[in-house]
Design a protein around this ligand. Structure first.
Ligand code: ADP
Length: 566
């Protein structure tokens, strides 16, 4: 059996199985990951946008509430009442009960004079004139004004909300200072992850809250962290999300513009942090994929190995069947040839034999006994007769073989046939000091077979064993029943010299003999082989040089329904 083509076939099948299952698996995995990654990234951007929008809305709501509180206050109280500091104090306390966001409250006339004040900086701020302050002209121009965060006279960050009131022919301003801490808190609630940031910038890109990494309150936004200049956030006009790389670091920027004040809320996220669930899913997916590939590879190797084994087994079976059919062919041809030769030779042999007998008679009757060469003649005639007899033995065997091609069916006890055969050879074995041992299965079932032909087979094998041993040895005959195949096994072992490897596959060939000329015909085993085969059985040999030989014959119990017995 050729090993190489099977190896190649095995690898081709393994590669094909792996290729056809792993490649689509990888493609599918890559496609799913790609799609998942796109939608996940989109989702992150979307949620950042929503966050920016929500925070912006909170800030606007906060400013809206403060402005409407002040507008209501100014609209429902006259300047005369509010410039009374005791009354203003009461009002201040009322608006502070709901929220502690106001630091102070002041009433300013149209000349910029601080008419009344409630708050912690009374001594500094009372009597101050705001006429030249930027916020003063702004509120006079627009009616409502929200300032940027500044430190002002108090030196702490705050911002003011001022509303202008027209009261008959008078104009006055109600101004409140708001703790910028509250704005800071609303913005800080948007902080995400370890590298995330959130802050407010005014229209000049000046920070209105304290960022985590991007500069300091009241200073321009700084991207010193990345070693590069920051984008100008103050130019934003609507809510949007962008991914930008600054100094080689990828960042997601969500910006949203407040409605009440030209402030821009900036929320910064590290996409790697946000994508970590995606990466975890990718790692897990890769692990599952690898495990899947491993299972496929192991499965492919396993299946292929099983397939190859089956293929090799079938190939071996086929080779055996081929060998058997070749052997049968040889036997059939031999049968015909044997019958022909035996027939052709038998006639001349009979004539030669008859003539030799007549010559022998002549030698006795004629007056040749006195002849000088009488003894030579007599010896020659004897030799002719003995050789004719030998030739007749061969032709008889050949004729017997030809006849034996068709077996008869009868009930046969194998143990008994073996015993009879041993009886036949007992003298020869004893003479040569060969011990013939038997180990019979006493429960051996009787089989349907041809006892004469089987005897012929056993005789051939035992004769060969005796010949092989020569002198002093042992032959063991064992019988057993193979229930699984409903068959018998007959093993005949000898401790002779064994059969050389190169001769082993020729011993069943017709005319193969290693015996000296005149002793062996080389037909014994080939005839035996064909007999066993005709009886539905199988004959095998196992031999190791120097260790002896074992012939095993398998015979079906029921010749009509022979089982596969090899
Ligand atoms: P023959 O006995 O006439 O030689 P066979 O066909 O019976 O023809 O045997 C063929 C050959 O097989 C023998 O010549 C011998 O070399 C070998 N052989 C058969 N049986 C044995 C055995 N038990 N031990 C060793 N060689 C054997």
């Amino acid at each position: 059996m050729e090993k190489v083509p099977y190896q190649r076939l095995r690898w081709e099948i393994i590669t094909a199985i792996i290729g056809f299952s792993v490649v689509p698996l990888l493609l599918l995995g890559a496609f799913i990951y790609q799609e998942f990654s796109l939608s996940y990234t989109a989702k992150i951007q979307e949620s950042l946008k929503t966050l920016a929008e929500n925070r912006r809305a909170s800030l606007d709501l906060f400013l809206d509430e403060r402005v409407s509180q002040l507008v209501t206050l100014a609209g429902t109280n006259s300047l005369e009442r509010l410039r009374d500091e005791d009354y203003l104090h009461k009002v201040f306390n009322i608006i502070q009960t709901r929220s502690r966001h106001y630091i102070d409250l002041g009433v300013i006339d149209e000349e910029g004079n601080h008419l009344a004040y409630v708050g912690p900086y009374y001594n500094i701020l009372k009597g101050v004139n705001y006429k030249n302050e930027e916020w003063f002209s702004a509120v006079m121009a627009s009616g409502v004004y929200i300032s940027d965060v500044f430190t002002g006279f108090r030196r702490i960050p705050h911002f003011i909300i001022a509303v202008m009131v027209r009261e008959r022919n008078k104009i006055w301003i109600l101004r409140a200072t708001i703790d910028s801490e509250i704005v800071e808190n609303i913005v800080r609630a948007a902080l995400i992850g370890k590298h995330g940031d959130a802050f407010l910038v005014n229209r000049d890109n000046i920070l209105q809250t304290n960022p985590r990494f991007h500069g300091k309150l009241l200073e321009p936004v700084s991207c010193a962290l990345y070693g590069e200049a920051c984008p100008n956030f103050s130019g934003a006009t609507s809510t949007l999300v962008e991914e930008k790389s600054i100094g080689g670091l990828e960042r997601l920027y969500g910006v949203s513009v407040l409605q009440n004040k030209r402030w821009v809320l900036v929320i910064i996220e590290d996409p790697l942090e946000q994508l970590s669930p995606l990466f975890r899913a990718r790692h897990l997916g890769a692990l599952i994929g690898l495990a899947g590939i491993l299972v496929i590879v192991v499965g492919a190797v396993f299946i292929t190995r099983a397939m190859m084994k089956e293929l090799e087994r079938m190939e071996r079976k086929k080779a055996t069947a081929d060998e058997i059919s070749i052997q049968s062919g040889k036997m059939a041809a031999l049968g015909k040839m044997a019958a022909g030769i035996a027939h052709e030779i038998n006639n001349p042999l009979a004539v030669i034999g008859e003539k030799a007998g007549w010559m022998k008679d002549l030698l006795k009757t004629e007056d040749l006994q006195g002849s000088e060469n009488f003894q030579e003649f007599a010896d020659a005639v004897n030799k002719i007769e003995s050789h004719i007899n030998r030739a007749k033995t061969v032709t008889h065997r050949l004729l017997g073989f030809a006849r034996r091609m068709e077996p008869v069916s009868e009930k046969v006890s194998i143990n008994r046939v073996l015993d009879e055969t041993i009886d036949f050879l007992e003298n020869e074995a004893r003479y040569r000091n060969i011990d013939v041992q038997t180990d019979y299965d006493q429960e051996l079932p009787a089989i349907t077979s041809d006892s004469t032909q089987l005897q012929q087979v056993f005789l051939n094998i035992l004769n060969n064993a005796i010949d092989a041993i020569g002198k002093d040895g042992e032959i063991l005959i064992r019988t057993s029943f193979i229930a699984k195949n409903n068959a018998l096994a007959i093993e005949i072992s000898d401790n002779g010299p064994g059969i050389p490897k190169d001769a082993l596959n020729k011993i069943f060939d017709p005319f193969f003999t290693t015996k000296e000329v005149g002793k062996g015909t080389g037909l014994g085993l080939s005839i035996s082989y064909s007999i066993v085969e005709k009886l539905g059985g199988r004959m095998m040999v196992a031999s190791h040089e120097g260790m002896g030989t074992t012939f095993t014959i398998y015979l079906p119990v029921d010749i009509e329904r022979p089982q596969a017995i090899y």
